[in-house]
Each structure stands twice: as C-alpha cells, then as structure tokens.
Design a protein around this ligand. Structure first.
Ligand code: ZN
Length: 415
C-alpha cells in the first residue's frame, strides 16, 4: 500500500485524494486533439445509439448490433468488457444522463435521448467543446484528404499521403479508395513521367500547406509494411504508370516516394504524423522507421498510438532522437493499462517535456468525449503515482499535463 504524503498545510493527503484532486484540475485544462476523423451526419440523418456504435471502435470487435432484444443482449454480453465499449459507455452515461449499465431494457430510451439531442444543430460542437473541453482538433478526413469539414474555426486539417505512395498508376488506390491522380486533378496536374510525378507530389504538398494543412498523415500501416527500403530511382521509375509492373518494382516505387515525402515534410516544415502499431501488424513496428528518422533529421516524426503493442520502443525512440514525438492518440482507448505504463516511461525517457501529445482518433463527438475521459483517467493515475513516489512535485505534474493536453500540440502544429 502507498504511504500517505504530506500536504502543504502539514496534513496528510491520501493517494486516492491526490489522484482525485489532480483529476479535478485536469478537467479544467483546455485540450487540442491532434487526430480525429469526425463525420458530420448528413442532412436529416438520425443519430441513434446504433449509429454511434456503428461509427465507433466497438464496431471493430466484429459483433453485429442487431435490432432485436436478443441480439442487443448478445451484443452487450460479447463486447461489454472491451475497453472501447467501456469508454464509450462512460461518455454516453455522462452526456445522456444514466448511471446504470446499458441493456436491452434501456436501449431505446438512451437511443431516443441521443436522437433528440442531435436534433439541435449546436449539440455536435457542444459535446466537443463544452463537455470534452476540446479547443481545436486536427482532422484527418481520409474520405476527402485535407478537408476541414467546413469548420475552419474548430478543425485544422492534416493531409493524408497514402495515395501518393501507393498509386504507381492511375488505377491503384490506397486502402481508403484514393488515387494520386484524383488528388492532383483539381490543380491541373497530370504527371506523365516519374519525374513529373515527383514534381506533382512536391507541388501538391506545398499547396496543401498553403490551404491550411498543419501536418501530413501517413496511414500506410494499413496498406503495407512500414519497412521502407532505400530504393534505386530506376527501379521506382520502372513501375511508374504500368499495370504489369513486377511486385519488386512496385515496392521500389512506394519506398522511393515515401522517402521523398518524408524529406519534403522537413523542407515544408510539416510534422509527419505516422500510424505505427496495430494496422497490418506484421509490418507496423515503429522501429521500421528508424532509418528515415536518422536520414531526415529536419522532419518531425510524430509516432501515433504509442506504436501499440510496441510502446516501449516508442520510449526508446523518444530517448534517442530529437525529431521524434510520441502521440498518445487512441492508446488510452485501446488499453488504459498500456497507456499508463507507456506514459510513466515516456515522461522519464523523452528528451524534453514538449514531445508528448494526445488525440482522440474518433468518428463521433461521443467517442471523442470517451477518449478525453480515458486520457484524464490515465494522466491522473500516472501523475498521482509520480507525485506520490516523489518523482516530481504536484506543480510540475500539472505543468506537464498542460503541455500534453494542449501546449505541445499548439507549438508543434503552430495552431
Ligand atoms: Zn486515425
């Protein structure tokens, strides 16, 4: 059991009280979310409990919600212990005023409350700003790369670069269905050689920065391995525009273009947000990026998701490289236990306190609010333990929280 620590007035503060008082302080902090995929519901689209589950990570559990009482009971029984479900439930309880477990009995009542609230046009941003405390969010609109969802007052876009790397010809799409030529077309760029293609990539990234993108986003871990070799230009060029290119040449094209993008990110001073961990898990270990981190030292590599399950590798990279940032994004939702362990270690290993950021990574405001609850829970636990252990003071802990929740993102993305 933890020993009690002395309060400023000489009294004794129990560890639980310290954690709760920190949690209350964290609730007051403004937040910048460095990564979201928020979908704005269509005109007249009814937002229900089913809609929220379908557009949440709970749907990744692969269990159909169904509409009968029996199906709903079965759904809750199967996914009810998963972390995604727990944090979404916590958010729904707070937002829609119920304390009990979700069940087939209260499903319709909760769903009706959600639908009623969403009839108010302001509810969407009320959840994000007032309840979740989010000031600004970096939006990764992969369905329309670089979009701010028509809300520049709240969203700063990041530009997803997957299609540029994956499309060695006009037919090949990335895992989101994007092709590079589609992205070039609105700007009148029609590259017909590999040299022109690289020029178009270069020009497009510069235009996206001018249009307001604050970062580039690499989600290639859902398309292929994150091991990007040093490819010979002739091999990359050999795949350009060809439907019958050999697999080795296609890989060379992808490797070459990703190196090019990683270098340009530094030239343009746009942080390169990289999904690492999970995804196509055989190739998503963050250590694959080491050669690029070393080669493109002007590029800020923001490694997402704690590289889960390789969170300790992220700690090592934070320690060794000045151009590495660690974004907790999604990690507290995936596993709060892993997030606690990771944050403990990253605080210790990061070269400076400016290297850690956070994002929600969600499609609905409800799940983002759940992600905020998860962040606060993780941060309060870690900071309370660090203060309790005498690692640093309560004041230092709160300064660090302010950096992780907001200040570091503001500086990194110039928001
Ligand atoms: Zn994401």
């Amino acid at each position: 059991m933890d020993s009690p620590i002395t309060r400023e007035d000489g009294g004794i503060l129990h560890p639980r009280d310290l954690r709760q008082s920190l949690e209350r302080d964290l609730e007051q902090l403004a937040i910048i979310s460095c990564h979201e995929h928020h979908l704005i519901p269509g005109q007249g689209e009814r937002v229900t409990l089913d809609y929220i589950f379908e557009n949440s990570y709970v749907s990744w559990c692969g269990v159909e919600v169904g509409s009968s009482r029996k199906e709903r009971e079965s759904f809750i029984r199967q996914v009810g212990t998963n972390s995604y479900y727990q944090w979404l439930l916590a958010a729904l309880q707070r937002l829609y005023g119920f304390d009990e477990e979700l069940s087939a009995d209260n499903w319709e009542m909760v769903s009706e409350r959600i639908a009623e609230k969403h009839k108010l046009p302001e509810w969407y941003f009320t959840v994000l700003q007032k309840h979740a405390g989010i000031e600004k969010a970096v939006l990764d609109a992969y369905w329309n790369p670089g979009s701010d969802n028509g809300h520049p007052e709240f969203y700063c876009p990041t530009f997803r670069i997957n299609a540029l790397v994956m499309s060695h010809n006009r037919q090949v799409e990335d895992h989101n269905g994007n092709n590079a030529w589609q992205l070039f077309a609105p700007y009148g760029m029609v590259p017909s050689s590999f040299a022109e293609y690289l020029e178009a990539v270069d020009a497009l990234l510069a235009v996206k920065k001018q249009e307001g993108c604050v970062a580039l986003k690499c989600a290639l871990a859902y398309d292929r391995s994150m091991a990007f070799a040093e490819a010979a230009r002739e091999d990359a060029e050999a795949a350009f525009g060809r439907k019958d290119a050999a697999p080795g040449k296609v890989k060379a094209f992808q490797d070459y273009v990703f190196h090019f993008v990683a270098e340009q990110a530094g030239v343009l001073d746009l942080p390169l947000q990289c999904h690492v961990g999970l995804g196509k898990i055989h190739g998503s270990n963050p250590m694959h990026l080491v050669p690029l981190i070393e080669k493109y030292q002007s590029t800020q590599f923001v490694l997402f998701h704690g590289g889960y399950p390789w969170t300790r590798e992220i700690g090592g990279l934070l320690h060794n490289y000045p151009n590495v940032y660690a974004d907790l994004v999604w990690l507290p939702l995936i596993s709060p236990t892993a997030a606690v362990q990771a944050l403990h270690e990253w605080i210790e290993t990061a070269r400076t306190s400016e290297k850690i950021t956070w994002g929600g990574d969600c499609w609905t405001p409800e799940e983002t609010y759940g992600a905020v609850l998860a962040l606060r829970w993780v941060a309060a636990k870690v900071l309370a333990e660090k203060v309790q252990e005498g690692y640093f003071s309560r004041q230092r802990a709160l300064e660090l929280a302010r950096q992780i929740f907001c200040d570091n993102a503001r500086r990194l993305y110039k928001i």
